[in-house]
Design a protein around this ligand. Structure first.
Ligand code: PLP
Length: 371
């Protein structure tokens, strides 16, 4: 039996056709026509005025924060249970990350902890939709309004997801997506900043392209970056976006199948299929074990030919931030628990129902044996 990887993308739409078009026409850099087309199509899809395509989701977050013109020492509230890109982007912009724990059932940031973390220096809330279920946006938006805070929305895991019928990625003053191969749509590597604000969009466009100036290209008023997306990446992105609705349906089917197969297993927590504001799109199918370390079970699954990935490791436990003097002695028990006991099962778009059955059977066998 061949190994079942934790993720394998599905590239059987127009990806090859559009890529060949790039090669046939010679447009392979960021100058090609697909980049702008991809930005327009994403903006339409997410219901935003602007999309700025960049080389990955991590730099999209960096640009998003930089576009808010915050001052050194300004505070941004963010979840501790997330990928490092979020807090790295805050730190790299000279701001101070202030963390909150996550909710034990949705794994999204605990809304009840945000207000008490607001100080006179707080400028923004970074919300991160985790693993397929959106954050409950309405309370966040009213809190932000009440305290005059910007909202940065990390929708990297939320392509095609809706919150109360509106697209995720449409809520932040500035929002971002990633197109890494394990996301619902991919460009290999890639990301996008989305906003309705002309200033933010122009700032990000300029910064992504070395702050070249329209009139005298090589005279610079500011320091930028080369964060450009290539036409080759955008070609794949356009082909993927054509299939997004199908991909969401497929992911929901895979999530539903796992839920059905694993629901009678005692002592494990499965992802919430839905809340009263959204239905899970299962970016990944995460599980949290009761009393057995995730690592042990992941190793046993690996020996049986099944790939897995551990949950995010909380930001307050990151040696790199602790060495900077950040988050010392802070405790966020829910994130600490799920990061030790949680991991996710294979659920890439290329997985077959038979493979899911194999994964479920093996997981059951391991957990039952352990009793
Ligand atoms: C994947 C991801 C990112 C980073 O995107 P890259 O394209 O891999 O840099 C940022 N935030 C979240 C929540 C993610 O899942």
């Amino acid at each position: 039996m061949s190994f079942i990887p934790v993720n394998e993308p599905l590239l059987n739409g127009n990806e090859k056709k559009y890529l060949l078009e790039c090669i046939d026409t010679g447009w392979i850099s960021s100058e090609g026509p697909f980049v702008e087309k991809f930005e327009e199509q994403m903006s339409t899809r997410v219901n935003r005025k602007h999309g700025v395509a960049v080389s990955n989701g991590t730099v999209a977050l960096e640009l998003a924060i930089s576009s808010l013109n915050l001052e050194s020492g300004d505070e941004i509230i963010a979840p501790t249970f997330t990928i490092i890109s979020c807090v790295a982007a805050i730190v790299r912009n000279g701001c101070v990350p202030v963390l909150v724990d996550c909710n034990p059932t949705t794994w999204n940031m605990d809304l009840s902890q945000i207000e008490e973390k607001i100080t006179p220096k707080t400028r923004a809330i970074m919300i991160v939709h985790i693993y397929g279920l959106p954050v409950d946006m309405d309370p966040i938006l009213s809190l932000a309004k009440k305290h005059n805070l910007k909202v940065i929305e990390d929708a990297a895991e939320m392509h095609g997801q809706l919150y109360k019928g509106k697209p995720c990625g449409s809520f932040g003053d500035v929002s971002i997506f990633s197109f890494y191969p394990n996301k619902h749509i991919t460009t290999g590597e890639g990301g996008m900043v989305m906003t309705d604000d002309d200033y933010i969009a122009n700032h990000c466009r300029s910064k992504r392209n070395l702050c070249f100036q329209p009139k005298r290209r090589f005279i610079h008023e500011e320091l930028g970056f080369n964060y450009r997306m290539t036409n080759l990446q955008a070609a794949i992105g356009i082909a993927q976006l054509e299939q997004l609705d199908q991909f969401v349906l497929l992911k929901r089917k895979l999530g539903g199948l796992y839920t059905q197969l694993l629901s009678d297993l005692p002592n494990i927590q499965l992802p919430l299929p839905k809340t009263d504001y959204a239905e899970n799109i299962y970016w990944v199918f995460g599980i949290v074990l009761n009393n057995i370390n995730a690592e042990t079970v992941m190793e046993m699954l690996h020996q049986r030919g099944i790939g897995t990935r551990p949950f995010f490791w909380p930001m307050h436990k990151q040696p790199v931030f602790n060495k900077m003097g950040l988050f010392l002695d802070e405790e966020y028990p829910v994130s600490e628990k799920i990061s030790n006991y949680g991991f996710y099962l294979p659920s890439g778009l290329s997985i077959t129902p038979t493979q899911i059955e194999i994964v479920a059977e093996n997981l059951k066998a391991i957990l039952m044996e352990g009793k």
